[in-house]
Design a protein around this ligand. Sequence first.
Ligand code: AMP
Length: 399
Amino acid sequence: MKLQELKNIDIASKRVFIRCDFNVPMDADNNITDDRRIRSALSTIRYCIDNDCSIILASHFGRPKNGFEEGFSLKPIAKRLHTLLKQEIKMAPSIIGEKTIEMAKNLQSGEILLLENMRFEAGETKNDPELSKKLASMADVFVNDAFGVSHRAHASVEGIAQHFDIKSKAAGFLLAKEIKFFHHIVHNPTRPFVSIVGGSKISGKLEALYNLVPKVDKIIIGGGMAFTFLKALGHEVGKSLVEDDLIPEALKIMAEAKKLGVKLYLPVDVIVAEAFNEEAIAKLVTVQEMPSEWMGLDIGNATAQLFSLALRDANTILWNGPMGVYEMDKFAKGSTKISHAVASSFATTVVGGGDTADLVRVTGDEDEMTFISTGGGASLELIEGKVLPGVKALLVEED
Ligand code: AMP
């Protein structure tokens, strides 16, 4: 099976429905603070414009609860698209309302209509067949370019695809690029392959850890999840984030790594604080000397050096999850050092997960990374070896 790609189907002069991921961060005044997700969608949109298509764009944004809410409207997205594409973007008043359907029907070649936030329709997240059918009826071709939600079976992602035959649906350029990168890195990495896993909890990344251990040469564990491993090894971890029920899993992962000859790295020193805030008193201690009333919120200097040394001979690096509470400057040093170490390596570097992508932007290392994934949950599911529902609908039998 291979992914049906946009350039392999005939879209000339057709009405194309593109599911994008415009779920961008906005501040309290509805200003877009990072438009990377919008810019990432432009190549697919431009390709459709160049093929004289009339274009219907759809996306979700945030988590509105009860139908239309002005604060979750896609109007600011329409404005930014207008600025980036330098052409008018027609803003639909709804998703499948009468006026919207009429606007979609009257679209001329090269024109763009942006539907309202998909999640204003309760049927979107329930993959409601009626909603999928109505959305599909607006277009001749369906393109999924929303990697960030392709692990969800939602009406505008999965359900809609069922209404198009394989010659009338495809993955957009962004989705195809994401899938190819992760497929290559998980199945055919240039070795040594080193994976850095961090973030808050093991529970969210357990499957990914199990799937990575047999594939990598080294695995580096930092962030909050390291404390469950350290506790499993008998260390005092004080009030650090620990998932006691997962201690047996942590032991299993370490045993599996040992059996397979995979080198597993854990912090050797940590920054501990008296409380979870930036004003709290903090100090550097070895993992053998963590005070019982303190919590570990970042990796220490020796750990950053150890991890950087372990990365030195890597030819492929996959990084998901920060090394500490990077949102607070006081506990961001470890993550920053690892970001610089990854950026200055000669490896193919793939960064996945919203937090880690955010982090490398703040550290100024964004341009040095080979690939930064736009989807956190979706990239984790690919590492877990799953076929994403939004992608499954776009697979073609190979001849
Ligand atoms: P995740 O979504 O699992 O990748 O976790 C990202 C979050 O993990 C970030 O918000 C970090 O602040 C948090 N995090 C990283 N290290 C720690 C730590 N030592 N203690 C608590 N939270 C942490």
